[in-house]
Design a protein around this ligand. Structure first.
Ligand code: SDX
Length: 445
């Protein structure tokens, strides 16, 4: 299938007459560009230069910031594709590193390509030994996301041979380093918090097995990876890998558009993901379920969530794009049952409470009318908790997974010949020009 060039409009749109710069009225014809799937776009690039108008779209509800071939989300139908492959199939049949390759390279790898790629990730999984010193600078009770932002941002101080973003080879090495080192950095943040020694990665383990080993292994005993847990973690990492132009991905793209090095861009993405409205929601869901405590209290919290005067929101519910069930939540809910049953915890009270909350919410007119469904963060924390990951580490795992999506989107932007520095405009509502008033005059005024 040939993709339409961005300068090859499929149609034109005529905006209603509107006041021109010099008064009077004018018509405007804008190119309409249709992608492979999803809504067409009005190409408004000529709007300001030729007509002096800006568009106004706080929160970017109706704005396409770029053209991309990586991920497609149909929010009405609850569809998520990575390079055309449905997320449920990838979660069931693929591995996280294979999905990473797919997102970055555009096609599923051959056996040789996969061997080379996963081999390259493996040899980059250790950290420069001096980076260990960064951890001792944090308080033991520092949130691990604070550590992730700091340590990942600091990587550019250690890997000077992969900072030149104009060099494809350096971009590739920096990308592999980031994918490889995120689990190491994350597990070190966890070990630091609990006062246990850091565990070095092992090259004989798979990506998700190594992460579990570095998280839960201790020097005094040999650690056996539980295959059930490793399979669940592989699935969770795949489900969190990429999600088109979400807030943290847009942050990475914007940072990358200035020419910032990839380590700095990914650190910016981690900082953005931390927010409870975004990747921080998985931790917030667990805290919310603990606060609710019992099914009898669900109506009280549903009432709070509906109360405009109450800042409380049902965490793990709602989505800017999905106005249907988030397909990732569907997979995660099933995985919850599988993992808890296989770990002998099928009657986990948190899962019972979550399912009761989901049922009540989905039958409530407020949630139905506003099309608020469980999103990726609603069930993920229950599995994390079941496999021994503490709530403060939930968003860290989200960041580990989303690093491959951030990198794929960053690479696509860097390689796009039409990319320019991102620089939105504004609707100015402040003071018109006025003369300075000295302090003496101000105090007497
Ligand atoms: C992620 O963008 C992505 O792709 C993100 C993500 C990814 O993979 O990168 O999918 C990951 O961030 C998932 C979302 C995790 N966040 C949460 O679960 C936090 C709870 N959800 C909400 O904060 C909210 O739903 C957002 C932030 C997710 C979406 O916010 P929007 O699109 O700006 O929607 P909105 O705030 O304008 O809400 C629309 C209406 C409002 O009511 P009205 O003002 O129209 O009367 O729905 C209400 C909101 O008050 N609403 C909720 C609600 N979410 C929205 N009411 C109660 N509980 C909620 N959770």
């Amino acid at each position: 299938m040939s993709y339409r060039s961005l300068n090859d409009p499929t149609d034109t749109a005529h905006l209603e007459a509107m006041p021109g710069r010099s008064g009077g009225v004018q018509e405007l014809t804008l190119p309409v560009i249709q992608g492979t799937l999803g809504p067409s776009v009005l190409d408004i690039r000529s709007l300001y230069p030729e007509k002096g108008y800006l568009t106004y779209d706080p929160g970017y509800t109706s704005t396409a910031s770029c053209a991309s071939k990586i991920t497609f989300v149909d929010g009405e139908k609850g569809i998520l594709l990575h390079r055309g492959y449905p997320i449920a199939e990838l979660a069931e049949k693929s591995t996280f590193l294979e999905v990473a390759y797919l997102l970055m390279e555009g096609e599923l790898p051959s056996a040789k390509e996969y061997e080379d790629f996963s081999g390259s990730i493996t040899i980059h999984n250790m950290l420069h030994e001096q980076l260990r010193n960064f951890y001792s600078g944090f308080r033991r009770d520092a949130h691990p996301m604070a550590i992730m932002v700091g340590v990942v941002g600091a990587l550019s101080a250690f890997y000077h041979d992969s900072l030149d973003i104009r060099d494809p080879q350096q971009r590739m090495i920096a990308s592999h380093r980031l994918i490889a080192k995120m689990p190491t950095i994350a597990s070190m943040a966890y070990k630091y918090a609990i006062g246990q020694p850091f565990v070095y990665p092992r090259n004989d383990l798979k990506y998700e097995e190594n992460f579990l080993y570095m998280m839960f292994g201790i020097p005094t005993t040999s650690y056996q990876v539980n295959p059930v847990v490793a399979k669940a973690l592989n699935k969770i990492l795949i489900l969190h890998a990429d999600h088109e132009q979400n807030a943290s991905t847009s942050t990475v793209r914007l940072a990358g558009s200035t020419g910032a090095n990839p380590f700095a861009c990914i650190a910016a993405g981690i900082a953005c993901l931390w927010g409870p409205a975004h990747g921080g929601a998985n931790e917030a869901v667990l805290n919310m379920l603990r606060e609710i405590g019992h099914k009898d209290r669900i109506p009280e919290f549903i009432k709070k969530a509906k109360d405009k005067n109450d800042p409380f929101r049902l965490m793990g519910f709602g989505h800017r794009v999905y106005k249907n069930y988030d397909p990732r939540a569907t997979v995660l809910r099933a995985a919850c049952h599988e993992v808890l049953a296989e770990l002998g915890r099928k009657d986990d009270p948190l899962l019972d409470l979550a399912q009761a909350l989901e049922k009540i919410a989905l039958e409530d007119p407020y949630f139905i009318e506003k099309k608020l469904y469980p999103n990726v963060d609603f069930y993920s924390g229950i599995i994390f908790q079941a496999i021994g990951i503490p709530p403060a580490m939930f968003t860290v795992l989200f960041a580990v997974a989303r690093t491959v999506g951030w990198i794929a989107q960053w690479m696509e932007m860097i390689e796009d010949p039409s990319q320019r520095i991102g620089r939105p405009r504004q609707l100015y509502t402040g003071h018109p020009m006025r003369p300075y008033v000295s302090l003496k005059e101000r105090t007497t005024a």
